[in-house]
Design a protein around this ligand. Sequence first.
Ligand code: AMP
Length: 282
Amino acid sequence: MRVIHDVDTMQGLARTRYGQVSTALVPTMGALHEGHLSLIRLAHDRAEQVDVTIFVNPTQFGPGEDLEQYPRPLEDDLAACRREGVTTVFCPQAGQMYAGDHSTLIAESVVSEGLCGRFRAGHFDGVVTVVAKLFNIMLPTVAVFGQKDYQQVCVIQRMVRDLAFPVEIVVAPIVREADGLAMSSRNRTLGADERARALALSQGLMQARADVAGGERDARRLEQALSRALGKAGLQVQYAACVDADTLAPVRAVVRPTLFAVAALVGQTRLIDNVILQPRVE
Ligand code: AMP
């Protein structure tokens, strides 16, 4: 496995193999867990070589967010990548990715507006910009992203379509802990009590799924029930929203596949989760 820290070396390598071997890219911010590893395994099914990037991208963190606290266990991450048969890990320093006077940003302006976009100004501009840059450095055939960050996938799919990036986007399902909590690098920062209370997120979403299977169609009632359950568990809800699974526009009734997405603070830690609600065809 090659571990590369600088942009020119990585892009040089990518150019020598471009068109010769297919490559699947798994972009991450590190602190790898089973969710990331599931993406790497899916990547192996889709291409001859698998590349992982590990980069805690400063431009997608807002002021007061957890950029400094974000876990960075690089040696453990590299060992995990080795075990998973990764071909190349690209793990640049921020100075490698952004010149001191960098001045170009890509902005998606429709699907990035709601949900997390309302609470994290500039976040998705940072995401699409770094993903575009990683695509230009890594030259992947396919790139694998997790449904855990559903809105992120939508924004990246738009970018790929609108700017004609020659990359196929593959979406992987959410990997959960045995008790249902969606795996996240940020789970490491939860205290024991917070870890227990964080379960309200997945439990509330599963309850909503059961309610819809039982005939519930009213989006507002589902949203209110989830917000109440999270409040009861002591979580500070940012949003609990039913939106169209394709456009991310708010819906009033669950009559088509609907994304039920939630973000909440558990203590200082911001967690997100989601499910797709599938109404039964009557
Ligand atoms: P991150 O390191 O948090 O930026 O995540 C890197 C990639 O892993 C993103 O495409 C995430 O959606 C994906 N990911 C994170 N957590 C999970 C999970 N629990 N299950 C599946 N994919 C995940």
